[in-house]
Design a protein. Structure first.
Length: 179
């Protein structure tokens, strides 16, 4: 019997001083049975870093042809495609062809660095691709903040990200690998 997704209720407050975006998003997030707390929290941080009234979580791990987060224009075109982890060269190529802007949040420490060394040469032709590396110690610490009902505050200033949930706080500094 297949396991069901676990539902997380998140009140995500975003204070992005870099983009002058200040909003609270009430999100219902389905955590796939194979998704880790670390990946869930990276997904929420990626949402906060790109927060917009039209940004949406997708089915994520449940589908191969959708990103983890996307933003569509009012006419239905894909404006922003946000992927987590270490997508293949084929997925990068396809997503860059489908969306106006593609952002990859790579995480996982050494495997992420090895992945980037392998694919970076083939990404030079994609002007609409941004790749950010998230340090392993920071994403591991984020996983410790996860809970089924969260009031999460994300403050962004000068590229630095402060994430707080209840009494816990983690600082995340995304590294620009391609931008």
């Amino acid at each position: 019997m297949a396991q069901n997704a676990t539902i997380y209720k998140v009140e995500l407050g975003v204070s992005d001083m870099d983009r002058h975006y200040y909003e609270t998003h009430k999100l219902t997030v389905a955590k796939h049975p194979s998704e880790t707390d670390e990946r869930l929290m990276v997904r929420l941080v990626a949402f906060a870093l790109n927060a917009d009234e039209h940004l949406e979580m997708t089915k994520g791990l449940s589908t191969d042809d959708e990103p983890d987060i996307w933003q569509k224009s009012l006419s239905g075109e894909l404006d922003v495609w946000i992927a987590l982890g270490l997508p293949s060269e084929k997925v990068l190529r396809q997503s860059c062809a489908k969306a106006g802007k593609v952002i990859v949040y790579a995480y996982g420490g050494r495997p992420a660095e090895v992945w980037w060394d392998k694919v970076k040469g083939s990404t030079t032709r994609f002007d609409n691709l941004t790749v950010l590396g998230l340090p392993e110690a920071e994403t591991t610490a984020l996983a410790g903040l996860a809970s089924r009902a969260m009031k999460m505050q994300v403050n962004i200033q000068d590229g630095e990200v402060m994430v707080s949930v209840d009494e816990g706080m983690v600082y995340v500094t995304p590294e620009v690998w391609k931008g």
